[in-house]
Design a protein around this ligand. Structure first.
Ligand code: NAP
Ligand code: MG
Length: 482
């Protein structure tokens, strides 16, 4: 395989852009408070295992404090405020996020391990865009086709994963505030820092106390939030496993829920596809954010007669992926978010070997410290292999083939998930036919992983309930709206 002909001098973004405190409290009722138990846990930089800070473990009584603060803010301030005024706060938050964009990007990269190129160009700008977009809705809810004068639920409990910490926060908080709800949000255990910086932004924007509360902690904190009787609605993004647990625990409680869960997307390449573009799309589809993407194109389904040609080009392109220091502006693939996630990727990849698929990775030197996994493809994959069925959530692509378009659709839909899919073809009629036949909430044609706040996102089957973003994403935050 070709060696990478492009050698780049290191171009690290400055770490000095952020000042990380030695420890953080909980953000409740507009102020920093210590957790009742005084328990703290470390958050680390997964690229080198350096301890970045100590984070508070919120207990049941802290969750209770936060929910009460959110309720009081809802009753006293937020539910009484006209939409136009709420919108001003969202605009203010969006502008501050833009002003502090570099700080957010560096902090996200340090805490999560994703390349600065992505946090700078994708996560942070999209997070700000979500606040801008929803700020515009705050005074126009009467015109959203969701009924006259639609009413918020009240207090919303929000739980997010570690793969897009700030962006998932924005997907949750922006629509909740625009529709008049108040919020208690729990970030993931390994990536709390940008949510805590966001709390500072709320203070800077002079958001009324208690409208946004950020409580950190592990799954037990999440469960306490879900089960708190003062919560009117749950918005969860995370694994299907925890999503099912949440659905069970809120059954007949009267709480409503949106669940954005896992995926195992098919990225289908037809024989008439523009191959070079498709190769870029395949690489973006699975190696963006180390493959820690719920809608990642993790199953490549290629028409048999172009398979050989495509594989040669894909391998050549993969040899050019630069793996390493996430703060370096030249880096394409950063660190795996945690030791636990790395173990999961290794275990599933090992099952690919034992079940008879063929593993290939380009030559690349992985750093000795931190959590790393080389970009990998498996060929010779069949539908029964675990790597074709289970979400790996890492930089690992399973390649399958098909002969007829119908077979491609059958293979693509043969999954318990239904979050996203990709179609590569020059033929408009084929794209329309395939997108109707595919059971997936989001379908990209001749592109992949494109996101916009105006576009609803969400899945079928075990990929979850409800949609986030766009007009559709407002409905779950309003009583009785569909
Ligand atoms: P996870 O284990 O389900 O965790 C998600 C969040 O839930 C974290 O904040 C976690 O806290 C918390 N949690 C854990 N156990 C809980 C419980 N019993 N009750 C309430 N909350 C609990 O998922 P993950 O491994 O962090 O994230 C990866 C998954 O998220 C993947 O499956 C991916 O597909 C999915 N995802 C989906 C979307 C989408 O929009 N559909 C977007 C991104 C990711 P801790 O961090 O402390 O464990
Ligand atoms: Mg971390």
């Amino acid at each position: 395989m070709d060696k990478n002909p492009f050698e780049y001098a290191p171009a690290p973004e400055s770490r000095a852009l952020v000042s990380i405190k030695g420890q953080y409290g909980l953000f409740i009722n507009g102020a920093w408070v210590e957790p009742k138990t005084k328990d703290k846990f470390s958050t680390i930089n997964p690229a080198n295992e350096e301890v970045l800070s100590k984070i508070s473990q919120a207990s049941d009584s802290d969750v209770d404090r936060a929910v009460k603060a959110a309720r009081a803010a809802y009753l006293k301030t937020w539910s009484k405020m006209p939409g136009k005024e709420r919108g001003k706060y969202l605009f203010r938050i969006a502008r501050i996020m833009q002003e502090r964009a570099r700080e957010f990007a560096v902090l996200e990269t340090l805490d999560n391990g994703k390349p600065i190129r992505e946090s700078r160009d994708v996560d942070v700008p999209l997070a700000a865009a979500h606040f801008f977009y929803h700020a515009g809705w705050a005074d126009k809810l009467d015109h959203a086709g969701l009924g006259i004068n639609p009413k918020p639920h009240g207090v919303v409990g929000q739980i997010i994963p570690w793969n897009f910490p700030l962006l998932m926060l924005a997907w949750k908080i922006a629509p909740a505030l625009a529709t008049g709800n108040t919020v208690v949000l729990k970030p993931a255990e390994t990536t709390s820092l940008t949510a805590l910086l966001f709390a500072e932004v709320c203070q800077q924007a002079e958001l009324p106390a208690g409208v946004v509360n950020i409580i950190t902690g592990d799954g037990a904190t999440g469960a306490a939030l879900v089960n708190h009787p003062g919560i009117d609605k749950i918005a969860f993004t995370g694994s299907t496993e925890v999503g099912k647990l949440i659905a069970r625990s809120i059954a007949i409680s009267g709480k409503s829920a949106t669940l954005e869960l896992g995926g195992k997307a098919a990225n289908i390449v037809f024989e008439d596809a523009p191959i070079d573009e498709a190769v870029e799309g395949i690489v973006n589809g699975i190696f963006f954010n180390q493959g820690h993407v719920c809608c990642a194109g993790s199953r490549l389904i290629v028409q048999e007669n172009i398979y050989d040609d495509l594989l040669v080009k894909l391998k050549r392109r993969m040899s050019l992926i630069r793996v390493g220091d996430p703060l370096d502006k030249n880096t394409d693939l950063g660190a795996i978010n945690s030791a636990a996630q790395l173990a999961k990727i290794k275990e599933l990849s090992a099952s690919g070997d034992t079940e008879g698929a063929f593993r290939w990775s380009p030559d690349c030197q992985l750093p000795s410290k931190g959590f790393w996994f080389a970009p990998t493809i498996f060929t010779g994959v069949t539908q029964s292999h675990r790597i074709a069925r289970e979400e790996i959530f890492g930089p690992v692509l399973s390649v399958l083939t098909f002969r007829t378009p119908q077979e491609a659709i059958e293979k693509a839909n043969n999954t318990p998930y239904g979050l996203s899919a990709g179609i590569w073809s020059e033929k408009g009629s084929r794209i329309l036919w395939a997108s109707k036949a595919l059971k997936a909430g989001v379908i990209w044609a001749n592109t992949f992983n494109k996101f916009d706040p105006a576009s609803p996102f969400g899945g079928y089957k075990e990929s979850g309930w409800g949609r986030e973003g766009g007009r559709h994403g407002l409905a779950p935050y309003l009583k009785g709206a569909k």
